[in-house]
Design a protein around this ligand. Structure first.
Ligand code: URA
Length: 269
């Protein structure tokens, strides 16, 4: 906690999060323990996105695993469970000792055509062991319903599987350490479309920082999937005026998946 007191500290944190969601990074607190660790890593071809440089290297994990072989549909659930089992009692990064209660692995259909990737568990997710079950999760559920899908038909995961204290943004060392598991989840599920929810998911999936504004509205390519970037539901809760913009992003995903929004039921009489 800063010396400014808990209320100012919390207000500052909230403000920084707001700016980050807008794509403003000058407030970001860098904490790379070893700058060399994050530099001059080779990107796998599926990760390259020409417009993200020059700050790409700082946010690219040195351990991006090569894409694993395609897994038959009936074996995907077991394959995901095997990855989950590797995370039991994980102590690979500092989040292991910063108050997490559960490891929030992921949830949904192992054969989903659509995957959502968020930032990291919050308090509700940490308590229940499932991603997006708090207020932001309620909004995500509504977004999924608006797309004509059920939550159980998509797959949902996060960049980091443990709750960062105070819901702070994961540090690069934490995100880069945990990304290997997200890559493997993506390789198992092999979604046709991934929706990155917010700046952190976009940063680590695309391998570098850029403003959400510059990433939204077009289709990126990540590990064989089409990637669409939109606002994080928590940001939409803070600024509901942006919901229309998020809906535009979801419509791009729907078009790629051949989905039509459900028609509202006609009232009788
Ligand atoms: N925010 C996230 O990014 N992920 C969750 O699972 C919940 C809230």
């Amino acid at each position: 906690m800063s010396s400014l007191g808990p209320e100012i500290d919390s207000a500052l944190r909230e403000r920084m999060r707001y700016y980050r969601d807008l794509g403003v990074y000058s407030f970001y607190r860098r904490c790379d323990p070893d700058p060399q660790l994050f530099e001059s890593t080779e990107l796998s071809p599926s990760q390259t996105e020409p417009d993200i440089s020059p700050r790409k290297a700082s946010f690219v994990s040195p351990e991006v695993p090569a894409a694993s072989p395609v897994i038959p549909p009936e074996q995907k659930a077991a394959a995901l469970e095997a990855i989950r089992a590797e995370l039991v009692d994980c102590n690979r990064c500092p989040l292991a000792t910063q108050g997490r209660h559960t490891i929030v692995f992921g949830d949904g259909d192992p054969n989903a055509r659509l995957m959502f990737v968020g930032e990291g568990p919050g308090a509700d997710e940490d308590a229940q062991g499932l991603p997006f079950v708090g207020r932001a999760g309620q909004l995500l559920n509504n977004m999924i319903t608006a797309m004509g899908l059920k939550r159980g038909e998509v797959y949902i995961a996060n960049v980091v599987k443990c709750r960062p204290p105070g819901n702070r943004t994961p540090e690069p060392i934490e995100a880069n350490t945990c990304m290997q598991f997200l890559w493997r989840q993506i390789d198992v599920v092999r979604p046709e479309v991934i929706v990155a929810l917010g700046a952190t998911a976009a940063t680590y999936l695309l391998g570098g920082k850029a403003s959400l504004a510059s990433l939204r509205g077009r289709i990126h390519s990540v590990r064989g999937a089409k990637l669409i970037v939109t606002y994080h539901p928590a940001y939409l809760l803070r600024d509901p005026r942006q919901k229309g913009e998020a809906w535009k992003d979801l419509q791009i995903a729907m078009k790629e998946l051949g989905l039509k929004a459900p028609q509202p039921a006609k009232s009788e009489g």
